[in-house]
Design a protein. Structure first.
Ligand SMILES: NC(=O)c1ccc[n+]([C@@H]2O[C@H](COP(=O)([O-])OP(=O)(O)OC[C@H]3O[C@@H](n4cnc5c(N)ncnc54)[C@H](OP(=O)(O)O)[C@@H]3O)[C@@H](O)[C@H]2O)c1
Length: 280
């Protein structure tokens, strides 16, 4: 283990997507263990506001606000190199930034799809590839990947998003295995629905709401993620109802799931817009 809440704050912690939702909650909850906390997202005003609050609550904490468009691999790589220069590396890398896209794949906005893959898949790849060697050299480090329940199961209506999260899930598991014995741990969290700005960005063409009892708050989701990290868990699914639904999907054979999802796919096609969503 690299850290625990009882240790003096000594870590350099990087949280991507800290301007909102789960990332902002993770930044708040990880701040007590950080010597330096790096906040990354595009909306600098939000990051500065959070940084101000955290500096007030944790005197001595260095909060480093780094606005960056993670859809740009060059900018992402430059960010990682700048952090090595500024802080000597990162001890806890939280790959949280991400977005979804809901609707039929063939009419998706192509620019949005490509940007989503850059943020959800390419940015964690670039950051981890550039920051991991330092962790291995120091013999300690943690990578916390926020995947999704859709990294473990799938449904019709968000195919490309689910593909990005399946990438994160398989990559996290394989990387964790590769790193055994190095002192570096990889933990992934696969949440079900969480109340954040996610749906606003992903779109909700049917207008169908998630039952409130299924939805977690961002703080509860972050709490479960930090607990999983501290326990050295490989994978956590926060929330009972999400765990139940996702577990049912995981243990069901594909020959059972395919006809069920085929039926859901027909329903989705009947309900979801079939006009192109934007340019492409
Ligand atoms: N909410 C859910 O139901 C749910 C469920 C499962 C998994 N997740 C995962 O949880 C993670 C966090 O999402 P959330 O629910 O907290 O959603 P959110 O409130 O929309 O937050 C998304 C964060 O990602 C950042 N981001 C998006 N595009 C970016 C870009 N191009 N460059 C830099 N940062 C970017 C956003 O910052 P800026 O817009 O300021 O750049 C924001 O801070 C995502 O990976 C998501 O897939 C969410």
């Amino acid at each position: 283990m690299v850290s625990s809440p009882s240790q003096p704050p000594s870590l350099v912690v990087l949280v991507t997507g800290a301007s909102s939702g789960i990332g902002a909650a993770l930044a708040r909850q990880l701040a007590p263990r950080a010597r330096a906390l790096v906040l990354v997202a595009r909306r600098e005003d939000r990051l500065q506001e959070l940084a101000g609050a955290l500096r007030g609550q944790h005197p001595g904490l260095e909060v480093d606000v780094r606005p960056c468009d993670l859809a740009d691999p060059q900018a992402t790589a430059a960010l990682a190199r700048a952090l090595v220069e500024a802080h000597g590396g990162v001890d806890l890398l939280v790959n949280n930034a991400g977005l979804g896209d809901i609707g039929l794949f063939e009419v998706a906005d192509l620019d949005k799809l490509v940007g989503m893959i850059q943020v959800n898949v390419v940015a964690p790849t670039v950051l981890t590839r550039l920051l991991l060697p330092g962790m291995i050299a120091r013999g300690r480090g943690q990578v916390l990947n926020i995947s999704s329940g859709f990294g473990l199961v799938w449904m019709p209506g968000a195919a490309a998003y689910e593909g990005t999260k399946h990438h994160i899930t398989a990559w996290s598991e394989a990387l964790r295995s590769e790193l055994v014995g190095t002192g570096v741990q990889v933990c992934q969290v696969c949440p079900g629905p969480v109340r954040t700005e996610f749906e606003e960005v992903a779109g909700n063409p049917t207008g169908q709401a998630v039952p409130p009892f299924v939805e977690l708050s961002a703080e509860d989701c972050a709490r479960a993620a930090v607990a999983a990290l501290d326990r050295g868990q490989a994978l956590a699914v926060p929330g009972f109802w999400a765990w139940l639904g996702i577990s049912a999907g995981r243990i069901s054979p594909r020959w059972v799931l395919r006809p069920v999802f085929g039926l859901l796919g027909r329903l989705a096609r009947a309900r979801l817009p079939t006009a192109p969503r934007a340019t492409g």
